[in-house]
Write a protein that binds this ligand. Structure first.
Ligand code: NAD
Length: 268
């Protein structure tokens, strides 16, 4: 896969932590020309940019960006082009887990959820498209989640926002195909990152490392896969969840998850 990333300029949102950071490091190890980390968390951004710059001098730029604000995203993409001269790859990775009971969530909570997990990526796509069109090439990668194929109780906002992003991504792929702009949707698989703690729980012991997740995603992206699935659970979810032959079994499974979660046991 190294050949695909060699000499490329990439932007990774949510690049200061977890999967985004691992994606950025893997791109650099594949001899990407330059990588921009865009993130809201200035402390992590400074720390990780400085660390990566020591290993890959001159190749890394950290940019503060709140992806829920279109002006921020436009400004970030402008600065990224100034830095790298072009943008070959945009990875819309920033996002959050957004758990909780539907009854306790307001419309404002839902608007914030879509602002982060859906509109953030949409703004990224809008900002980068004119640049990729001018170049005559590019690759946009949207990080969704296995939840798009396995919607679960107490994760209504996460399920809905990631399914919406997946729909946008897969449909757009064929609008842009003939312009030589590739579009890929990717699930990271269950991965041990700070997202779990932010959501008030620990990652399951079976969770893979962010580096494993980044390897799988970038290998699939290099092959221009339509949908990269980050682990075997995501493969099963994508195969089975909407298969009409398995509808009754799916009901049993997801109802069991819902009841256990209601009783306080966080199962998946
Ligand atoms: N970790 C998993 O098991 C898992 C599974 C499926 C999908 N995902 C998805 O992978 C992506 C990365 O998650 P992660 O696990 O690395 O989480 P993480 O919490 O480690 O990283 C998320 C990063 O996004 C940044 N961010 C949050 N809001 C932002 C905003 N408004 N603007 C800019 N940056 C912002 C955070 O500061 C953080 O650096 C997310 O989209 C997540 O939904 C993760």
């Amino acid at each position: 896969m190294k050949e695909y990333y060699e000499n490329k300029v990439a932007v990774v949102t949510g690049g200061a932590s977890g999967i985004g950071l691992a994606l950025a490091e893997t791109l650099l190890s594949c001899e990407a020309k330059q990588v921009v980390l865009a993130d809201l968390n200035d402390e992590n951004l400074k720390q990780e940019t400085e660390r990566l710059d020591r290993v890959y001098p001159g190749k890394v730029l950290g940019l503060h960006c709140n992806i829920t604000k279109e002006g921020d995203v436009q400004g970030m993409i402008r600065k990224a082009v100034e830095f790298g001269g072009r943008i070959d790859i945009l990875i819309n990775n920033a996002g959050a887990g957004l758990g909780g009971l539907f009854d306790k969530q307001t419309n404002e909570d839902w608007e914030k959820a879509f602002a982060l997990n859906f509109y953030g990526a949409l703004y990224g796509i809008r900002a980068v498209l004119p640049i990729m069109r001018k170049q005559g090439s590019g690759h946009i990668v949207d990080i969704i989640s296995g939840i798009a194929f396995s919607p679960m109780a107490q994760q209504t906002m996460y399920s809905a926002t990631k399914a919406a992003l997946n729909g946008l991504t897969l449909a757009l792929r064929y609008e842009l195909w003939d312009e030589n702009i590739r579009v890929t949707s990717a699930t990271p698989g269950t991965t041990a990152t700070p997202i779990w703690k932010t959501g008030g729980c620990e990652p399951p012991p079976s969770a893979q490392s962010p580096e494993q997740s980044a390897q799988t995603i970038l290998a699939g992206v290099a092959k221009n896969e339509r949908l990269v699935l980050g682990d075997q659970d995501d493969v099963s979810g994508a195969k089975n969840c909407f298969n009409p032959d398995y509808a009754a079994g799916m009901d049993d499974y997801f109802l069991n998850v819902a009841r256990k979660r209601r009783s306080g046991e966080w199962v998946v």
